[in-house]
Write a protein that binds this ligand. Structure first.
Ligand code: BES
Ligand code: MN
Ligand code: ZN
Length: 485
């Protein structure tokens, strides 16, 4: 969606929108609009939209009022995003191609105006690449937003937010693509294209290089697939040369059949988004590079496909991880932790970070615990946990903290190897996190975000349509902005 700025609104636009605070209809509205809004119970609640028609110099103008609600404090920017998003949802396929957003006299500050635009942009994203038979009225029509009378500084604020939007959209694209299109190699290629000219540096380890490094756990998952696994590294060194990097690691299982511990067929198609953690990391890196973040950040994606096959690993197999620890693979469907453990060891050895945060669609149990409102957070540092929780609140990618402790940890001891890859049924998300913690080295602050319930939505939400939500990209971007820059 193209956004441009102008001093004054063009004469008689086809679609004109204004942002209104709850219970405070602006005094300059035509009387028909005021009465129409009142009689249709429009009060300007967050995300509420009223549409009326007015005549202007002989032509009809579609006038939309979008409500921000009673906004003060913490929720103000999120509510402004929702107002913008509501406009996008209403007009995306309305036949209108241009929306004129009149902010003159709105009283908004530049960052508030940019929040409205971000909501508009994010909510208007869809992935229609494979829909060849859309009827005319189902096709997207809205392509352009012209902002009139924006407060000073809005264009600059929007530049930053547009970079964030690009990152979120990239995450969504990677997540929405099916597994015959996005697999380890093509994930890497899509990143190479998208990062071209951004100043971020991309490098990739192939299976031979990973074997050389001893990544037996990641390779064990990958061995049942005809597609080779990859370890993708995206570096954005926008900070001071001496600053240690912050590293984000994403689970990138481009399809998870469960392997020999095969999943049941119902809903298995969802497992195309088992690379949502990696998608979040790639999208966040694109946002950081796009807005030239003043921080050293490295994103690493462990990319594999988990397939059953004559060469697939078997339940009971024992693999040696890059850390030297051995794992008895009880269930080949608990593959995410096997991919992440080697990626986590690799980033610590290679980049000597102070902080490592991983994101993964790791356990179904997380969705049982939290539903689709929060991702689960696990951390060995209260300070890091608090910073991530705050970034979650601020970005809308919300997290909720869960415990770690030795009592949970011993549930994954194995009689034959150093550990097994699953614990008992209860507390499945916690034992998964305990497994990962066994790979965290002394002195490293580590957090794990289990985002299984968050990367895909069955119905539209605040700033997303149903489908890929882009969860995680803004979480990382906000965390970096608040703590690393
Ligand atoms: N990718 C799944 C977790 C998942 C399930 C994410 C449903 C989103 C929706 C993961 O690899 C997995 O299969 N986990 C198992 C672990 C179990 C075998 C210990 C699970 O959650 O059932
Ligand atoms: Mn699995
Ligand atoms: Zn999985």
């Amino acid at each position: 969606m193209n956004v441009s700025f102008t001093e004054t609104a063009p004469k008689s636009p086809s679609l004109l929108a204004r942002i209104v605070e709850q219970d405070k209809l602006p005094a300059d509205l035509p009387v028909a609009i005021v009465q129409g809004a009142e009689s249709s119970r429009f009060t300007g609640k967050t995300g509420q939209v009223f549409e009326g028609f007015v005549e202007d110099s002989g032509s009809v103008v579609r006038l939309a009022l979008a409500g921000v609600g009673k906004t003060n404090g913490d929720t103000r920017l999120a509510n402004l995003e929702r107002a913008g998003a509501a406009l996008a949802a209403k007009y995306l396929t309305s036949g209108e191609s241009t929306l004129v957003l009149d902010l003159a006299g709105s009283g908004l500050a530049a960052d508030e105006a940019a929040a409205v635009l971000l909501g508009l942009r994010l909510r208007s994203w869809r992935w229609d690449a494979y829909r060849t038979k859309l009827k005319e009225e189902q096709k997207r029509s809205l392509e352009e937003v012209v902002v009139a009378g924006a407060p000073e500084g809005t264009a600059a604020a929007w530049d930053e937010q547009a970079a964030v939007a690009k990152g979120v959209e990239f995450t969504r694209e990677l997540v929405a693509e099916p597994a015959n299109v996005i697999y380890p190699q093509s994930f890497v290629e899509r990143c190479r294209e998208r990062f071209e000219g951004t100043g971020a540096e991309i490098s990739v380890l192939d299976e031979d290089e990973m074997r050389e490094l001893g990544m037996g756990a990641l390779l064990g998952v990958s061995q049942g697939s005809v597609r080779d696994g990859k370890l993708l590294v995206i570096k954005w060194m926008g900070g001071k040369a001496k600053d240690k990097p912050t590293v984000f690691v994403g689970k990138g299982v481009t399809f998870d059949t469960g392997g020999i511990s095969l999943k049941p067929p119902a809903g298995m198609e969802d497992m195309k988004w088992d690379m949502g953690g990696a998608g979040a990391v790639a999208g966040a890196m694109l946002a950081l590079a796009g807005r030239k973040a003043k921080a050293n950040v490295i994103g690493v994606c462990g990319l594999v496909e988990n397939m059953p096959d004559g060469n697939a690993q078997r339940p009971g197999d024992i693999v040696t991880t890059m850390s030297g620890q051995t794992v008895e693979v009880i269930n080949t469907d608990a593959e995410g932790r096997l991919v992440l453990c080697d990626a986590i060891t690799y980033v610590q050895r290679e980049f000597k970070p102070k902080t490592v945060v991983d994101l993964a669609t790791l356990t179904g149990a997380m969705m049982i615990a939290l539903g689709m409102e929060h991702g689960g957070l696990f951390a060995n540092s209260d300070d890091l946990a608090d910073k991530l929780l705050a970034a979650g609140k601020q970005s809308g990618d919300k997290l909720w903290r869960f415990p770690l402790s030795p009592a949970y940890d011993k549930l994954i001891d194995s009689p034959i190897a150093d550990m097994k890859n699953v614990g008992p049924r209860w507390g499945g998300s916690i034992t998964a996190a305990q497994f990962l913690q066994r790979y965290v080295e002394e002195g490293v602050d580590w957090a794990h975000c289990d985002i299984a319930g968050m990367v895909w939505a069955d119905k539209p939400g605040a700033t997303w349509d149903k489908g890929a939500t882009g969860f995680g990209a803004r979480l990382i971007d906000t965390f970096v902005r608040e703590n690393c820059e």
